[in-house]
Design a binder for this molecule. Sequence first.
Ligand SMILES: O=P(O)(O)OC[C@H]1O[C@](O)(COP(=O)(O)O)[C@@H](O)[C@@H]1O
Length: 339
Amino acid sequence: MTRVITLGQFIIEKQADFPYAKGELSRLLRDIGIAAKIVNREVNKAGLMDILGKAGSTNIQGEQQQKLDLYADQQFIAALKSGGECCIVASEENEHIIRLDTDVSKNAKYIVAIDPLDGSSNIDVNVPVGTIFSIYRRKSNEGSPGLKDVMQKGTEQVAAGYIIYGSSTMLVYTTGRGVNGFTLDPSIGEFCLSHPNMQIPETGTIYSINEGNYVHFPQSVKDYIKYCQVEDTQTNRPYASRYIGSMVADLHRNLIKGGIFIYPVTSRAPSGKLRLVYECNPMAFLIEQAGGRATNGHQRILELDIHELHQRSPIFIGSKNMVEKAESFNLIQPELQSC
Ligand SMILES: O=P(O)(O)OC[C@H]1O[C@](O)(COP(=O)(O)O)[C@@H](O)[C@@H]1O
């Protein structure tokens, strides 16, 4: 009989990999797991609860906030606050950083950047949504931590991952030593190791991009889409077009099957749509740890400088060979691309 390894057990066992670890990161990952279970419970019965639909407010991105966006935001912040291992949260749903200044948290070592509910446009239609998280070690030793502790390059992340609320609920994360996936077993209320050492295939036959924006894409992106659609059995083309509209769900599929996910600049979104700090950086860290590649068309996402908390970036992410191929279409500096 195969041994069931729960997330908690796995985290403790892996703690030995970090000579300096005193359990804080383990406890922080545990807290994220707890909040994920609470959010999962509401997502699963969303149709029965007054939790679908708009909340009537907009976030800093000018997006209509969904009730579930706010619910998930509150649950993750509450779990991180009571856990005491996190001193600052940066969330898609909050314009400013949130200082968790309880007696315990204010001296905590870690910063969490989070997209509490990714794929908001899919909430009401029962299509998989997710949560994306990124963890940094606090830089400032004196005084209270601040924005500069959050505005670290993606290369500084100590851990990152996502939760996908789909046909099953999974938590997939990395601490810089590979990627592991855990499936929630509702009968015991535990995330159990189901996908050890996940590796994204070096190449694939799936491309994910919102082709509804085609007319707004730069010529180089249009050329790459055409390349994906050309008949060529040698290279298994045409590729299949798959786009769920939840970054977590599209990347989870590509992580398992191989593929490329693209959200480029467009004439309507000259810096792209997805947010660098809590969407692009955590997914780039995870996909790179699984053997893939993530760039803004020419520069590694993880090396991009952070100027603003809710900064956006174009992203080309997934199977290494496919991203390199896309880059060969002269995907030059985003701001220089004519749309
Ligand atoms: O509808 P579009 O423009 O294709 O955008 C879809 C993308 O936007 C997102 O929904 C953005 O995330 P949020 O739902 O967290 O705002 C991604 O999950 C998805 O990949």
